[in-house]
Write a protein that binds this ligand. Structure first.
Ligand SMILES: Nc1ncnc2c1ncn2[C@@H]1O[C@H](COP(=O)(O)OP(=O)(O)OP(=O)(O)O)[C@@H](O)[C@H]1O
Ligand SMILES: [Mg+2]
Length: 336
């Protein structure tokens, strides 16, 4: 028994050593490449920004060497802020200038080096640690990950509801976070639709009024009556047009929220755990509805979930862990 335990320890020790060995080897290669790259570079450093840029590759190596905590502290002492966690691409530092990166024409949302820390007194939560992502026009993408992975933070930064510390979001070719609050609000109102876990309906507005709200706010009254009627029929809530949210079931409220998200015919729909508060049968109906709308209108959909079954509705699945994207895969649709 004791012998088996010892053998197990030896085995895990051996594995750990191998990991360290592999990392060291990787670092050596990185360091050699880095020094090679640098040898002809300009040697003068004339600003704190410049110093930061030059130190980043070394920082990355140190992260690989398990000294993350010390490195973080040293960085904070030196620059008074947290380390930018994204992989070391100098262009990322120039995020204020959207010309520094180009994206393919069919990409509606491009995210580069997105980093967001929450400072909570003595501790810092590294919610996004350098996210890079391209979403194509018309794509249905699911972002899958466990609680606290950073999914909502990412979505909020992409939609301009939250501001990243570093990095850039290009929305339809424009750098979103370079724009003022009113331009961002306008983009949200006219080009984005939102569906949240908690429905967020106005309690004193009936179904029809809730669905019409984005159009009212945008002053888009043309054909509104007809459009709202079609939307209500489309999500199967036309019979409840004059009911208030308190008199609707969870599934019905989420249908109202879906209709409302579509009112201004947005370019992108953001859905953050839209089925989180629903039982699985109702959740499936809501997802079928979202899928149907996606197929009919080819509106880009970004869906957040921590359930594999829900993610399977998307065409592409992106997994997040600890503030970074750890995988991307196409969904295999065996059904029908
Ligand atoms: N306003 C905030 N202040 C402090 N910490 C925050 C704040 N918002 C998010 N965080 C932290 O950032 C991390 C990522 O949170 P986020 O809400 O993005 O995760 P999530 O993947 O959406 O999780 P869930 O599946 O539970 O919704 C978490 O550790 C969370 O506690
Ligand atoms: Mg969340």
């Amino acid at each position: 028994m004791a012998l088996a335990k010892t053998a197990l320890k030896v085995e895990s020790g051996r594995k750990l050593l191998q990991r360290v060995h592999d990392k060291l080897e990787k670092c050596q290669i990185h360091l050699r490449d880095y020094l090679d790259e640098q040898k002809n570079g300009v040697k003068t450093i004339d600003s704190a920004d410049d110093l930061q840029i030059r130190l980043l590759p070394i920082a990355e190596l140190s992260i690989d060497l398990f000294v993350e905590a010390e490195l973080l502290k040293a960085w904070k002492d030196l620059f008074g802020l947290d380390i930018p966690y994204f992989s070391f691409d100098r262009q990322l530092f120039d995020h204020k200038n959207s010309d520094t990166f180009s994206v393919a024409q069919d990409v509606i949302i491009a995210v580069r080096g997105l980093t967001k820390n929450y400072n909570l007194g003595k501790t810092t939560v590294y919610a996004l640690r350098g996210v890079n992502l391209d979403v194509k026009t018309g794509e249905f993408v699911a972002i899958l990950g466990s609680s606290g992975a950073g999914k909502t933070t990412l979505l909020n930064c992409i939609a301009g509801l939250d501001t990243p510390d570093y990095g850039a979001v290009l929305f339809r070719g424009k750098n979103l976070h370079e724009q003022g609050d009113s331009a961002k609000s306008k983009a949200r109102l006219l080009e984005m639709g939102f569906i949240f876990q908690s429905y967020t309906l106005l309690p004193h507005f009936d179904t029809r009024e809730n669905v019409a709200l984005p159009a009212d706010l945008a002053g888009l009254s043309k054909d509104l009556k007809d459009r709202i009627k079609k939307l209500l029929e489309g999500v199967g809530i036309d019979q409840q047009a004059e009911q208030y949210p308190a008199t609707l079931s969870g599934g019905q409220m989420q249908r109202v929220a879906i209709a409302r998200a579509l009112t201004n015919r947005p370019a992108v729909i953001f859905a953050d755990e839209p089925t989180g508060d629903l039982d699985s049968a109702t959740g499936k109906q809501v997802m079928d509805l979202l899928k149907k709308f996606h197929e009919e209108t080819k509106t880009t959909v970004i869906l957040i979930t921590h359930e594999q079954d829900i993610a399977n509705y998307a065409e592409k699945q992106i997994t997040m862990e600890d503030g970074v994207i750890t995988g991307t895969r196409e969904t295999k649709h065996e059904r029908n």
